[in-house]
Design a protein around this ligand. Structure first.
Ligand code: FNR
Length: 374
């Protein structure tokens, strides 16, 4: 399997062969979840989509207490993006953009702190599409191409460039669009195997990836509907049965290169454990996440939201019916009343005194929603 870090740093290419990737998810793919996914075995992690204009003007702050690099909007003191050394060689910053100049200006701010930049070309939300961003780029290929070309021209060589698209109306159109991305400088293309109008509850079209992967020479990543290890194994079997040549092991392209997981990883980040013997219990997985959230300086609001997804997202699928002795759905309701990281730790039986989390003494206060631990 691949090591997404490649030979970290330098001008080296990212290795996408056999990779399993945490998908970009607004509110979910923040630092704590990304680090947990990496610790369980994810090869690469993508941050939540951040709009170019939101990042432009942010101050870069080295937060020595937490070991993070924080990008903070100076006026409202809001944390826009935080990253750390642990993920440096494996994190992609995902950008929402409709403009090559703004995209470049924003990307240059974070380019030396991340492994790569990913352009969101798939978000169907009206907020994105009305602004010409996300899935709107699928129908304005000249703008999509401009953005990628400008980024590739300006980014340091050490910074990779990728994009994430959805399926277009026909296979031929999707292939054309993928080729445009490749020609414009994308080093890998992720295909969310749904069209712009398909909802998350509708099944992803894995069969389509077999008609797409050979449209380009660069690696193709398949996204959509990976919720368990068994499904991941089934997917690779399906690919080989459907005609992907053997040779992935030799590093040569033969079928899709890797997979990207969104909801399956939000509900259960240990989905990335390839070794069944090290899969934690659900309760340990949740506690590990909360500890990571405290250490990563997460806001309690963000931590609560991610927890609520873990608890509700998969009840009966990934989450058990009972959690720390309480019916999981009831626990999720109790969660809504908690107003600090301390309260969350307390509820889960996680020690949260200064000795357990020495960073807390140095907690920075420039974030909206910041609450002291106790
Ligand atoms: C998403 N998705 C998404 N995609 C993207 O390119 N940028 C983003 O910021 C987000 N945000 C986001 C938030 C949440 C809560 C969800 C559930 C999804 C889409 C996501 O990356 C992925 O393409 C789809 O969810 C399909 O993958 P799964 O969920 O079937 O693994």
């Amino acid at each position: 399997s691949g090591d997404g870090s490649g030979a970290a740093g330098g001008g080296s290419r990212v290795c996408f062969s056999g990779v399993e990737i945490l998908a970009p998810m607004v509110r979910a793919s923040t630092l704590a979840l990304r680090l947990e996914c990496l610790r369980y075995g994810a090869d690469l992690v993508f941050g939540e989509e951040i709009i170019d204009k939101k990042l432009i003007g942010a101050a870069r702050v080295e937060n020595s207490a937490f070991g993070t690099v924080d990008f903070v909007s100076p006026r409202e003191k809001v944390l826009i993006f935080a990253t750390s050394k642990e993920e440096r060689s494996r994190v992609f910053f995902q950008m929402g953009t409709a403009d090559a100049a703004l995209a470049t200006q924003a990307a240059m701010l974070v380019a030396r702190d991340v492994r790569g930049i990913d352009v969101n070309m798939g978000c169907p939300k009206s907020f994105s599409v009305k602004g010409g961003m996300g899935a709107a780029l699928l129908s304005t290929p000249e703008v999509a191409s401009d953005i990628l070309r400008a980024l590739r021209r300006n980014l340091p060589e050490s910074c990779a460039l990728t994009c994430k698209i959805r399926m277009l109306e026909t296979t031929a159109k999707t292939r054309d669009f993928m080729q445009l991305c490749e020609k414009s400088g994308a080093e890998a293309v992720t295909v969310h195997c749904r069209t712009r109008d398909e909802r998350p509850a509708e099944p992803a079209h894995w069969d389509e990836i077999m008609r797409l992967w050979d449209a380009v020479k660069v690696p193709v990543i398949c996204n959509g509907d990976f919720f368990t290890r068994r499904q991941i194994d089934e997917f690779w079997k399906f690919c080989h049965g459907a005609g992907a040549a053997d040779g992935a092991a030799a590093g040569e392209k033969a079928g899709p290169s890797g997979i990207m997981i969104a909801r399956g990883a939000l509900w259960n980040p240990s989905i990335f454990c390839r070794d069944a013997s090290v899969v934690p219990s659900f309760e340990d997985m949740v506690r590990n996440y909360v500890r990571a959230a405290v250490r990563a300086n997460s806001t309690y609001q963000n931590c609560k939201w991610v927890l609520s997804q873990m608890l509700a997202g998969g009840v009966g699928v990934t989450a058990p019916n009972e959690f720390v002795g309480v019916p999981t759905k009831a626990f999720n309701r109790q969660l809504s009343t908690m107003k600090s990281m301390g309260a969350i730790c307390e509820k889960l039986g996680i020690p949260h005194d200064a000795a357990s989390f020495p960073q807390q003494a140095h907690m920075t206060t420039y974030y909206r929603g910041w609450e002291p631990l106790d």
